[in-house]
Design a protein around this ligand. Structure first.
Ligand SMILES: Nc1ncnc2c1ncn2[C@@H]1O[C@H](COP(=O)(O)OP(=O)(O)O)[C@@H](O)[C@H]1O
Ligand SMILES: Cc1ncc(COP(=O)(O)OP(=O)(O)O)c(N)n1
Length: 268
């Protein structure tokens, strides 16, 4: 069985972070493992508190995984400080990790900051050059590229700039644009658009975490980058389209929407 590791923060409400990643990787057919960077006390209405792990403890988790069950892909999500980012980069270099997908989580949809401002430069300098793919949403791409993004042409320009500067492929996600949910992949200077019909569902908590984990799972299974993105878009459209409605705010998606086993029958 192929394997994947998520290095990210825990979301107590289960819709984003480590919890979304483990569900997504499992549903996409790989064995899922985790190294937790921080605990968050959050629900569908917002983040109440964050408790970071120490750099030493993060390193111990990563070492414990790599020394035993080597991951075929690694997804990186919320990492709030430069110190933790440096530990991850050093360990990934040490283990020569492949299929690294970085979701540069900076601010939750609810408005809470999930990365310290002074960690952004460390992310760009240390982690992005190790990534096969980085998956910013529009506000994150504005920070990484230093330009404002209003149009599809702006998206192409920003993706090319980040990709050229950091030597990694970029998937710029269009979930925050007012039109359809169209994402663009910039790989070695080549632009490919992935068109997604916008699903009229306000429950989008964890969409970024879910997409990047689904891409990592498909890379672990050996699919090429563009095919992994296509499969991940199909998965997230299914999870959003299942119209789960939980919580008082922007709720989670139905990660197990396409389970057709006996267990799913029981869960429905
Ligand atoms: N309402 C929606 N309908 C269909 N796809 C969506 C919707 N909202 C977001 N997506 C998709 O979910 C993925 C995550 O996008 P986005 O919401 O921009 O990321 P983030 O959660 O990091 O802000 C992208 O593939 C995006 O196109
Ligand atoms: C622990 C944790 N990690 C990441 C997020 C943000 O999730 P993401 O899918 O990028 O975006 P939204 O859910 O904010 O749309 C989080 N909230 N918690």
């Amino acid at each position: 069985m192929k394997t994947a590791l998520t290095i990210a923060g825990s979301d107590s409400s289960g819709g984003a972070g480590i919890q979304a990643d483990l569900k997504t990787m499992t549903m996409n057919g790989v064995y899922a493992m985790s190294a937790i960077t921080a605990l968050t006390a959050q629900n569908t209405t917002g983040v109440r508190a964050i408790m970071e792990v120490t750099p030493e403890f993060l390193q111990q988790q990563i070492d414990a995984v790599f020394e035993d069950i080597r991951p075929d892909a690694v997804k990186i999500g919320m990492v709030s400080s430069g110190e933790l980012i440096r530990v991850i980069a050093e360990r990934l270099r040490f283990y020569r990790a492949g299929n690294v997908v970085v979701d540069p989580v900076m601010v939750a949809t609810s408005g809470s900051a999930l990365m310290k401002t002074d960690a952004v430069q460390t992310l760009m300098d240390e982690l992005l050059p190790l990534a096969e793919l980085v998956t910013p949403n529009i506000p994150e791409a504005e920070i990484l590229s230093g330009m404002s993004i209003r149009t599809a042409e702006d998206m192409e320009k920003a993706a090319k700039q980040i990709s050229g500067d950091r030597h990694c492929a970029v998937l710029l996600k269009g979930g925050h644009s007012i039109n359809d949910a169209n994402d663009l992949l910039c790989e070695d200077g080549k632009i490919t658009w992935f068109e997604g019909k916008r699903i009229d569902n306000p429950n989008t908590h964890g969409t970024g975490c879910t997409l990047s984990s689904a891409i990592a799972a498909n890379l672990a299974k050996g699919f090429a980058l563009d095919e992994s993105v296509r499969r991940a878009k199909e998965y997230i459209s299914g999870a959003l389209g299942a119209m789960l409605d939980l919580g008082k705010g922007a709720g989670p998606m139905k990660h197990n929407f396409d389970l057709n086993s006996r267990f799913a029958e029981e869960a429905n």
